[in-house]
Ligand binder design. Structure first.
Ligand SMILES: [Zn+2]
Length: 163
């Protein structure tokens, strides 16, 4: 089961932080329509058996929260930055959860798409899964040690080398 630290949750304020976070390998984000408050939660995960997949493959799951517990349902995969459904997907392409996953990917690349929806991380570091504490970590969604490692492994450049 995924551990979620709802009271450490924070809203992303730019597409770059969201993208960095999602590629940490075990992040959880919630996408929310600011008008309707309809929201979906996604877990973006590196494969457990990493050797069997290229480095740039991630799986995306829908997280259903039920009280203190939650369940993950497989949606599809992200490969070279592109999301797609696969045969094992539990949802078809018309499902709101799938549309949300596509939108989440757009938000990482497109500031215009980013500002139309709210997106939050769920309080844990997207690299190690531990709860986040400092303001800088909360903003980024990645703890200081994990960030030192993650920022050098990301395939895209960081705007601020000290960030
Ligand atoms: Zn960490």
């Amino acid at each position: 089961m995924l551990r979620i630290y709802k009271n450490h949750s924070a809203k992303f304020d730019n597409p770059q932080d969201l993208k960095n976070y999602c590629f940490g390998g075990r992040g959880v984000v919630t996408l929310e329509n600011p008008k309707t408050k309809i929201h979906h939660t996604y877990h973006i995960k590196k494969p457990r058996n990493e050797d069997e997949f290229p480095d740039d493959v991630y799986f995306i799951y829908a997280v259903h929260m039920m009280g203190d517990t939650n369940k993950c349902f497989y949606i599809g995969m992200i490969e070279r930055g592109k999301f797609r459904l696969t045969r094992a997907s539990r949802f078809d392409r018309h499902h709101a959860i799938v549309k949300g996953a596509h939108y989440l990917m757009q938000m990482m690349e497109n500031p215009g798409a980013f500002i139309k929806m709210n997106v939050y991380h769920e309080g844990m570091c997207s690299v190690c899964g531990r709860p986040l504490t400092s303001p800088a970590s909360l903003k980024r969604g990645v703890g200081p040690r994990c960030w030192a490692y993650l920022k050098d492994t990301l395939p895209w450049k960081q705007p601020n080398p000290d960030g």
